[in-house]
Design a binder for this molecule. Structure first.
Ligand code: NAP
Length: 247
C-alpha cells in the first residue's frame, strides 16, 4: 500500500488491535509511535518486534483521557519528526453493566476513555495536520456503536458518538486536505473479548455470518487502507469489519 505521510501515532497500541495496527503500519515503512497507559513492558515488546523486522518505532506512555497529556504527546511527536501524518484513535475500554445498575461514574468512565480521548486526538491532529495541509485519521469505534448492546449503554454511547463526531471532523478537515474515517470492528479475538464466557462467545459466533471472531490483523489491514493514499477520496466514512454480523 502507498503512503505519502511519514509517521503515525496509534493510541492503545501496547496490545490487541492497536499493536497489530502498529506492526502493519511499520511494515509499510512508516515511523510508528506506540502508546500505552499501564503496559510499558508490552509496548516495548511491540517496539522490539517492529525493529526486528527492520521497522522504526518509539514508545510514548500517556493516558488518552487526560487533555494535557494528549496535547503534550502530539507536541513531542511534532518536535521529533517535524509533523504528524496519521493518527489512529484506538485506545478504548469497557465497563459493562445493565443500565439499571450503572452509575453515572460507570457511564462517564467509558465516555472519557473512548469518546473524549478521540475528540482530543482529532482536534490536536486537525491543528497540526492543517499546517501541512495533509493528514489522515482513523477512529476505531465498534459494531456496538451501530447496533447497541445490552449491558453496554456506556460503550455504545461512546462508540456511536465517535461515528457521528468523525463525520463532523471530516467536514471540518476536508478543505485542509485532512481525511477522517471510522472503522467499526465486530467481535475480534483480543484480551477485550477474551474475558467473555465460552457460552457467550459461542452465542455471538452463531450470529456472525462468517462464523468466527475476527483477527486483529484483519482490522489493522482495513485501518491501513483508510489511512493510505488508496483511500484518498474517502472521508467521513464508517467501514464495518464485522464478518457480516451487522449490515
Ligand atoms: P485491548 O486488548 O483491551 O487493548 C486496549 C489498549 O488500549 C491497550 O493498549 C491499553 O493500554 C490501551 N488503553 C486503554 N485505556 C487507555 C488510556 N486511557 N490511555 C492510553 N491507552 C489506553 O483492546 P482491543 O480489543 O485491542 O480494542 C482496541 C479498540 O478496538 C478499542 O477502542 C475497542 O473498543 C475497539 N474494539 C474492539 C473490539 C474487540 O472485539 N476486541 C470490537 C470492536 C471495537 P494499557 O494496557 O496500557 O492500559
Amino acid at each position: 500500500m502507498k503512503f505519502s505521510g511519514k509517521n503515525v501515532l496509534i493510541t492503545g497500541s501496547s496490545r490487541g488491535i492497536g499493536a497489530e495496527i502498529a506492526k502493519v503500519m511499520a511494515s509499510y515503512g512508516l515511523k510508528v509511535w506506540i502508546n500505552y497507559r499501564n503496559g510499558e513492558a508490552e509496548a516495548l515488546n511491540v517496539k522490539k518486534a517492529i525493529e526486528e523486522l527492520g521497522g522504526v518505532a518509539d514508545v510514548l506512555g500517556f493516558d488518552v483521557s487526560e487533555e494535557s497529556a494528549f496535547v503534550d504527546a502530539i507536541k513531542k511527536i511534532v518536535e521529533a519528526d517535524g509533523g504528524l501524518s496519521y493518527l489512529v484513535n484506538n485506545a478504548g475500554i469497557t465497563n459493562d453493566k445493565l443500565a439499571l445498575r450503572m452509575s453515572v461514574d460507570d457511564f462517564m468512565s467509558v465516555i472519557e476513555a473512548n469518546l473524549k480521548s478521540a475528540f482530543m486526538g482529532c482536534r490536536e491532529a486537525l491543528k497540526t495536520m492543517s499546517k501541512a495541509r495533509f493528514g489522515s485519521v482513523v477512529n476505531v469505534a465498534s459494531i456496538v456503536g451501530e447496533s447497541g448492546n445490552a449491558g453496554q449503554t456506556n460503550y455504545a454511547a461512546s462508540k456511536g458518538g465517535m461515528i457521528a463526531m468523525n463525520k463532523s471532523f471530516a467536514l471540518e478537515g476536508a478543505s485542509r486536505g485532512i481525511r477522517f474515517n471510522t472503522i467499526t470492528p465486530g467481535f475480534i479475538a483480543t484480551e477485550m473479548t477474551e474475558v467473555l464466557k465460552e457460552e457467550v462467545k459461542a452465542a455471538f459466533v452463531s450470529k456472525i455470518p462468517l462464523s468466527r471472531f475476527g483477527e486483529a490483523k484483519e482490522v489493522a489491514d482495513a485501518v491501513a487502507f483508510l489511512l493510505s493514499d488508496h483511500a484518498s477520496y474517502i472521508t467521513g466514512e464508517t467501514l464495518k469489519v464485522n464478518g457480516g454480523m451487522y449490515l
